[in-house]
Design a protein. Structure first.
Length: 134
């Protein structure tokens, strides 16, 4: 059996961590955007912009981020927003810097329209609570 070199293992691990963070950021963005029962293009654009500016998520294109947002949103619309499933994705981020990135993404989406709605405040509280206990 072939073995991965230490460098290849390290790169595979970094890729895994970035994919995990990307999934959590997208999930947090959708949780906040869908908190009022619908998400709009401005909220998607806010998340795409956040990921594009991130120094920790560097391999995903704006189209991939937009598609991931839409895909996760469809899951929420079909199944309903299962808070536990969404929070499980967020808990997978293993470091504090990544958790902060998740919260910042959620806040950026929540502030898309210039003010916080009560549903977004509740969603942010759930995300922050999840981050604090992870």
């Amino acid at each position: 059996p072939s073995r991965m070199s230490p460098a290849a293992r390290g790169e595979a691990h970094r890729t895994y961590l970035e994919e995990t963070l990307f999934e959590a950021v997208v999930t947090a963005g959708v949780v906040v955007a869908f908190a009022d029962g619908q998400a709009d293009t401005l909220e998607r654009a806010a998340l795409v912009d956040f990921v594009e500016q991130s120094s920790r998520i560097t391999t995903f294109t704006p189209v991939e981020t937009s598609n991931a947002f839409d895909s996760r949103l469809r899951q929420f619309e079909l199944v309903g927003s299962t808070a536990e499933g969404a929070m499980r994705s967020i808990r997978r981020v293993g470091d504090r810097a990544g958790m902060l990135e998740v919260v910042c993404a959620a806040e950026r989406v929540a502030l898309t329209h210039g003010c916080l709605q009560s549903s977004a405040i509740e969603a942010l509280a759930l995300i922050r609570s999840t981050v604090m206990t992870a």
